[in-house]
Design a protein around this ligand. Structure first.
Ligand code: NAP
Ligand code: ZN
Ligand code: ZN
Length: 350
């Protein structure tokens, strides 16, 4: 038996998202059933709804920045109770036995990572469906606890934009005495600015949008550079310890490699559709590193949420109804969001 659940889905790469009824599995003994209150809108949702990563299987129900209340728990569940404020991010299961899973890096599972949507679903034999829906059923091992002190709507984007920027900043030990660049002030970028500032680094924001300069400073950047201005870029040549690239579209990565010090690292978290050319000498002459990072493990995601609870860090959000999702996607493509759309899921009952 399963439960009919209202959602919004893309039926093809070119069709707008529209109302769709999906079936959620009957909770198992280790499952948590969650009523979804809010779901953030990540640029990855748009990439996948439109098959820009060439692996979408339709219908696609996007959404992996989920905050909700527990409605029931299975008999083996120990961590959560009915009524708890909880969250689900980009993953809902993994093999749990490979070396990556055992060291808390489930996102890099060698065998069997189950993403929150558009992944094969072991339970149903179909696909997983994400958070643009009224309810979800998730194994307790992949459910996070949200500090009750945080605004639950503004906490939703922490589940992807938050952890995706927190994790590399931690991994590369960003902190006091370091000069750190954040490229692109969107959902990920604005969380990157907040975290890098909170960790005590000198933060420089690179943006293509002159209208975001003041916001960049308010969010924690010490300086803001308009990346289209070559002279302004040149002033920062060979000066950065670490740069986090949060851009969703094609852009010149070499312009940023040249801003790194000797042994500096440029880490991509943005995931544009097409490959980015790298000029070899920009890496060779400075022993620079070009790296990448994907979301973060469950333990680190909980650590990040607890950090946000202690330091009152959340996302700057613009709340929308689910019926406005297609318009929101068009605005995302124009870099016109301040700085994360969050769907008020009560609107799905309209
Ligand atoms: P977003 O809110 O749309 O922000 C992207 C920002 O990139 C824009 O606000 C804009 O910033 C900049 N930008 C857009 N087009 C550009 C262009 N043509 N040239 C230069 N800059 C441009 O997107 P998001 O949700 O933060 O996601 C960003 C990327 O990260 C997406 O590709 C997404 O799929 C990926 N992602 C990766 C992971 C991971 O695990 N690694 C997780 C989540 C998302 P300015 O206006 O400031 O220039
Ligand atoms: Zn995401
Ligand atoms: Zn694994």
């Amino acid at each position: 038996m399963s439960t009919s659940t209202r959602s919004f889905a893309a039926q093809s790469a070119t069709s707008p998202l529209a109302s769709y009824t999906l079936e959620r599995r009957t909770p198992t003994d280790s499952d948590v059933a969650i009523e979804i209150l809010y779901c953030g809108v990540c640029h990855s949702d748009l990439h996948q709804a439109r098959n820009e990563w060439h692996n979408s299987i339709y219908p696609v129900v996007p959404g992996h920045e989920i905050v909700g209340r527990v409605t029931s728990v299975g008999s083996f569940v120990t961590k959560f109770r009915q009524g708890d404020l909880v969250a689900v991010g980009c993953m809902v299961d993994s093999c749990r036995t490979c070396p990556q899973c055992l060291r808390g890096l489930e996102q890099y599972c060698d065998n069997d990572l189950t993403l929150t949507y558009n992944s094969p679903d072991k339970h149903t034999g179909l696909r997983t469906y994400g958070g643009y829906s009224e309810a979800v059923v998730v194994d307790e091992a992949f459910v996070l606890r949200v500090p009750e002190t945080l605004d639950p709507a503004a906490a939703a984007p922490l589940l992807c934009a938050g952890i995706t920027t927190y994790s590399p900043l931690k991994h590369w030990n960003v902190g006091p005495g370091q000069k750190v660049g954040i490229v692109g002030l969107g959902g990920l970028g604005h969380m990157g600015v907040k975290f890098a500032h909170a960790f005590g680094a000198e933060v420089v924001l690179f943006t293509t949008s002159p209208g975001k300069v003041e916001d960049g400073k308010r969010l924690g950047a010490d300086q803001v550079v308009i990346s289209k201005n070559a002279d302004e870029m040149q002033k920062h040549a060979r000066s950065f310890d670490f740069i986090l690239d949060c851009v969703s579209a094609e852009h010149d990565i070499n312009a940023y490699l040249n801003l790194l010090k000797v042994d500096g690292t440029l880490c991509l978290v943005g995931a544009p559709e097409n490959p980015l050319p790298v000029a070899a000498f920009n890496l060779l002459m400075g022993r620079r590193q070009f790296a990448g990072s994907g979301i973060g493990g469950i333990k680190e995601t909980q650590e990040m949420l607890d950090f946000c609870g202690e330091h009152n860090v959340t996302s700057d959000i613009e709340m929308i109804d689910i019926q406005q999702i297609n318009e929101a996607y068009e605005r995302l493509l124009k870099s016109d969001v301040k700085y994360r759309f969050v769907i008020d899921m009560a609107s799905i009952k309209q």
